[in-house]
Design a protein around this ligand. Structure first.
Ligand code: FES
Ligand SMILES: [Fe+2]
Length: 387
């Protein structure tokens, strides 16, 4: 984040504290509860927002060098992501062209060749078929047509992105719209994975993103945890097309009042949170990030999986690996035991069918933006303000 923007945001937060005001959506909205409970909506979301959109599969350090690979089935089918011998990130359907077995089952590793466990057809990191045992028995095949099926892939700002559709387009200008200027300054490509956790919850995936969408609950739900470090009820908020940026307010901001603005740093008083459409929330601490990816269950609107990955600046991690684990476990605990535990109760209540809508307040602008953005992507009319 550029220095001038850091100062502007810190000024804005201090002003909100002084004036006793919060970010303001301009009105309240009542959103239909079926967005969280309808199997039809869940099915459409899966098709449009997940199979039809580029997906984050990790960060640069998850493929640290040529020959690194990772596998994922987060978006419904097996995917192999490699860094080839030229350092280029590539992605493939993780399926042998012979009879479809997965060519790689390990979650991550280092390998320049992938040999199918079934009959050992072998592929290189560019997906080319380079070995067919007993070809004289099998029959003549054109190897040049039987490489792994390639998916579009992109490495940008330290993010590794794959499109689930082989004909899909990954346009970084759309993917990072509005937040590019910030993202190019953070240097997350140099950060290293410290810790990962998966939470399998009985709640709709949008309830997970909702919990990252306001600070109204900090003094209440998080009164014994986050409220010790954060001022609730203040928020710097900007939305840009499908993405948005929130800056939460750290209590450390109080110490900036007596210091010249030239000494202000965002990490002393602000905690940026980026939402990248459709399912990524990046929480930015001092030389560390917590990347949350939320996945729906395409057949059960009442279930979702959150993958939380913690990346730290290399030096910080090397100096104090114990801190990385402590921080990561603490963050996950707050999310799981406070935010998500509450969201599971919401899911059970909404699933009763007795409550038709939920209300988003003026002080919860990110929620208005998330939900109207999702609706637009599904071809639904935006929800207007209550009058
Ligand atoms: S299915 Fe892979 S070699 Fe036969
Ligand atoms: Fe929360």
């Amino acid at each position: 984040m550029k220095t001038a923007v850091q100062i502007e945001v810190l000024r804005e937060l201090l002003q909100q504290l002084d004036d006793g005001v919060n970010a303001d959506a301009g009105g309240m909205r009542a959103f239909p509860a079926e967005a969280y409970t309808s199997p039809e909506i869940a099915q459409r979301e899966w098709e449009v927002l997940f199979k039809g959109q580029p997906q984050l599969v990790g960060m640069t350090s998850d493929l640290p060098s040529p020959g690194s690979f990772l596998t994922t089935e987060d978006f419904g089918f097996p995917v192999l992501v490699t860094r080839d011998d030229q350092g280029v990130v590539r992605a493939f359907l993780n399926a042998c062209r012979h009879r479809g077995s997965m060519v790689e089952t390990a979650p991550k590793g280092q390998k320049s060749r992938f040999s199918c466990p079934f009959h050992a057809w072998t592929y290189d990191a560019k997906g080319a078929l380079i070995g067919v045992p007993m070809e004289q028995h099998f029959g003549t095949i054109d190897r040049s047509c039987l490489g792994l099926i390639e998916l579009p892939a992109l490495e940008h700002f330290g993010f590794l992105v794959v499109h689930p559709d082989p004909k899909g387009v990954i346009d970084p200008a759309v993917l990072f719209e509005g937040v590019s200027e910030d993202l190019e300054t953070w240097g997350w490509g140099r950060y290293q994975l410290a810790y990962e956790q998966t939470l399998d919850m009985k709640m709709n995936w949008k309830l997970a993103t909702d919990t990252f969408g306001e600070t109204y609950h900090f003094k209440r739900l998080h009164r014994d945890t986050l409220a010790n470090n954060f001022h609730g009820d203040v928020l710097s908020y900007r939305s840009y097309a499908r993405n948005h940026r929130m800056i939460l307010c750290l209590r450390g901001i109080d110490d900036l009042r007596g210091r010249p603005e030239t000494e202000w740093r965002i990490e002393d008083g602000g905690f940026p949170v980026y939402f990248l459409f459709p399912n990524v929330v990046v929480n930015v601490g001092n030389k560390r990030i917590a990347v949350v990816r939320v996945y729906p269950d395409p057949t059960d609107p009442g279930r979702s999986i959150s993958k939380i990955s913690y990346y730290f600046d290399r030096e910080v991690l090397a100096e104090n690996p114990g801190f990385a684990q402590l921080f990561s476990e603490g963050f996950t605990r707050v999310v799981a035991d406070e935010d998500y535990a509450t969201a599971e109760t919401t899911q059970r209540a909404l699933a009763s069918g007795l409550m038709n809508e939920v209300i988003f307040g003026r002080n919860e602008p990110p929620l208005h933006h998330y939900h109207n953005t999702f609706r637009k992507a599904l071809g639904l009319e935006p929800v207007p303000f209550l009058t």
